[in-house]
Design a protein around this ligand. Structure first.
Ligand code: NAP
Length: 277
């Protein structure tokens, strides 16, 4: 499954929508990024996201907080952005350091600006099947499945991993589309036998090549959300591709779609806040 190509088309549409907003209101969509400390991967992620914004005609505003910023400092910075009408979306990069109450920091993001889908409001809206912003990686996974017209109703979906930003919401979105969903995690007994039942398999574990071809039901659709050192996914692509009917590569699968969804949701947030939709 070509995440790079799909993301390119999605970003083209987002770019056109951003230009339309600017034309009609005189205001460009604006994403604020907040970084606590200088963790090298976080610095790279934020820089990449800001570059992508610039290419799509989305302004970005960066707030850099020192590594010793307290929970109150982060909450104050995020609250200021939530109250700033010139900012339409907020991306608070994590990890923020063990001393910061990350949940409190995320909850300072106004729901209408939660374009990264990290607040309890967004999570609950997804659970209730109500409109709202979804966590970007699961959102990207659903767009990939839709683009390849993968039928989900009545299918056995297995999600390996249950993090609040990835595995858990991915399973909830699949359930919302009438798949029969099973979650696997670090306490799951006989994981391979469950994974082998999957018509649709989503892997989000953070362990290189954790799932191999031998675990995959022939004809299954395999989504590898993993991204490990050395550009390696959580699925062993070579062996899995021999059994799967569709599979995402790493890189070039889920990763580009995550950013595409972030940009799409930022423009949607701007459109709503500027009274266009
Ligand atoms: P995470 O918070 O560390 O969660 C990992 C999950 O895997 C947990 O639910 C854990 O189970 C489960 N797990 C760990 N070892 C296991 C085992 N031996 N058997 C079964 N389950 C096991 O990671 P995450 O943030 O969800 O990220 C997962 C992967 O996705 C990483 O490679 C990350 O880099 C990648 N990622 C990619 C994107 C993207 O844009 N493409 C975005 C975010 C993350 P417990 O809950 O029981 O501990």
């Amino acid at each position: 499954m070509d995440g790079t190509g799909l993301a390119r088309r999605s970003v083209e549409e987002t770019t056109a929508a951003a230009a339309e907003i600017r034309l009609r209101t005189g205001t460009p969509p604006c994403l604020a990024t907040v970084l606590v400390g200088e963790d090298p991967s976080s610095v790279t992620y934020v820089k990449m996201k800001r570059n992508r914004c610039a290419r799509a005609g989305i302004e970005s505003r960066h707030v850099a907080l020192p590594a010793d910023a307290t929970t109150a400092d982060v909450v104050a910075a995020v609250t200021a952005l939530s109250n700033d009408p010139g900012v339409h979306g907020i991306l608070l990069q994590h990890p923020m350091g063990a001393h910061v109450d990350e949940r409190a920091a995320f909850e300072a993001i106004a729901p209408e600006k939660d374009v990264d889908g990290v607040t309890m409001h967004s999570f609950a809206a997804m659970g209730f099947g109500l409109p709202g912003f979804v966590s970007c990686t699961p959102g990207g996974i659903m767009r990939l499945l839709d683009a390849y017209e993968v039928g989900l109703a009545g299918k056995q979906a297995v999600v390996v991993g249950r993090s609040a930003i990835l595995g858990k919401p991915a399973g909830m979105l699949l359930l919302g589309r009438n798949a029969t969903v099973t979650y696997c995690h670090s306490h799951t007994a006989d994981l391979p036998s469950i994974v082998r039942q999957a018509d649709v398999l989503v892997v989000a574990v953070g362990r290189p090549r954790f799932i191999t071809g031998a675990d995959i039901r022939p004809g299954a659709v395999v989504i590898d959300a993993g991204y490990n050192e050395g550009n390696v996914g959580d699925v062993d692509f070579e062996t899995a591709a021999e059994r799967a009917s569709l599979i995402t590569p790493v890189p070039g699968g889920v990763g580009p779609m995550t950013i595409a969804v972030l940009l799409e949701q930022t423009v949607a947030a701007a459109s709503r806040q500027l009274g266009l939709s």
